[in-house]
Design a protein around this ligand. Structure first.
Ligand code: GUN
Length: 291
């Protein structure tokens, strides 16, 4: 069994990105710039945003945090999105999710200029991804594809079960893996909370990608020997024995599943760092569009 070290691979990619961005700078070009919009004070979101800004600074991407109180209206937030769309100094931006319940995520994410949509959430980017056209791919699916690629885990001809149908992970992940492409060509089954016979379906999978946000959902009896398991879950579970008062829990019961696997990602240190580094790659891609 091999543990897929997302932390290490992400560090390698950051180093590659830094080399590319240093080269841009030495040609007298400006650095790429990412905007990060955050609404309210969700502690997990604040941590993600801090980590994203830190990762940007490590590779030489300028990052600007644009924070609003959760009293902001949907209309006001739409106006802020329009300002960022028009701001020629910003190559790409994200609106950190979740948003407060009075703001419709679909309305906000759909208003982002697709060329600046470094989360790959606009209808234009989602549609282009589904058609196999060049686009900005949602960061977590991009990171998982890259992680598999760097460990030479092929998807061609494999049965891949994706658990979870979110717009940010499950749906774009399934869409990517089924494309007629060397890093696709998989037979994909997308499972969700209404799927019957989940265990039987999972047991036929070569690769299982779990993105349900449901701690310990995947247990050993659901995994065949030699499978590859990718855990996207990262739920904060109260734990008074830790300094922070919580620990991060994946969607996979790691201790019992890992011994059956050929490859498995840990939580933390698996998919999470790959998501952040993919956002950096997407920002560089958007920088290319803005030229
Ligand atoms: N919330 C959790 N993950 C993400 C992400 O990748 N992008 C955004 N915008 N919000 C998130």
């Amino acid at each position: 069994m091999t543990i897929l070290n997302g932390k290490q691979i992400a560090a390698e990619i950051r180093s590659e990105l830094k080399t590319r961005i240093d080269a841009l700078r030495s040609q007298g070009k400006r650095a790429p710039k990412l905007g990060i919009v955050i609404v309210g004070h969700n502690p997990a979101s604040e941590t993600y945003v801090t980590n994203k800004i830190k990762a940007c600074s490590e590779v030489g991407i300028d990052a600007v945090k644009i924070a609003f109180e959760d009293t902001i209206s949907e209309k006001e937030l739409l106006e802020e999105v329009a300002k960022l769309n028009a701001d020629t100094t910003i190559d790409g931006f994200i609106v950190q999710l979740p948003l407060p319940s009075h703001i419709d995520e679909q309305v906000i994410t759909s208003a982002i200029d697709y060329r600046k949509d470094v989360d790959g959430l606009t209808p234009e980017n989602v549609g282009r991804a589904a058609k196999g056209l060049p686009c900005i791919v949602s960061a977590t699916p991009r990171g998982i594809r890259e992680l598999l690629h760097r460990y030479q885990i092929t998807t061609d001809g494999k049965h891949i079960v994706v658990i979870g149908r979110s717009n940010i992970v499950g749906k774009p992940m399934a869409s990517l893996l089924m494309q007629k492409h060397a890093q696709g060509n998989a037979t994909v089954t997308l499972c969700h909370s209404h799927t019957g016979h989940l265990k039987d379906i999972c047991r036929t999978a070569d690769i299982i990608i779990v993105a349900a946000g449901h701690p310990n959902l995947l247990t050993a009896d659901m995994v065949r020997d030699g499978a590859t398991v990718i855990d996207v879950g990262i739920t904060r579970v109260e734990d008074k024995t830790t300094e922070k008062g919580y620990r991060l829990c994946g969607d996979v019961n790691f201790d019992e599943v890992a011994p059956k696997c050929a490859y498995i990602t840990p939580v933390p240190g698996g998919v999470g760092p790959m998501t952040i580094v993919s956002l950096l790659q997407n920002t560089l891609q958007a920088y290319g569009y803005s030229k």
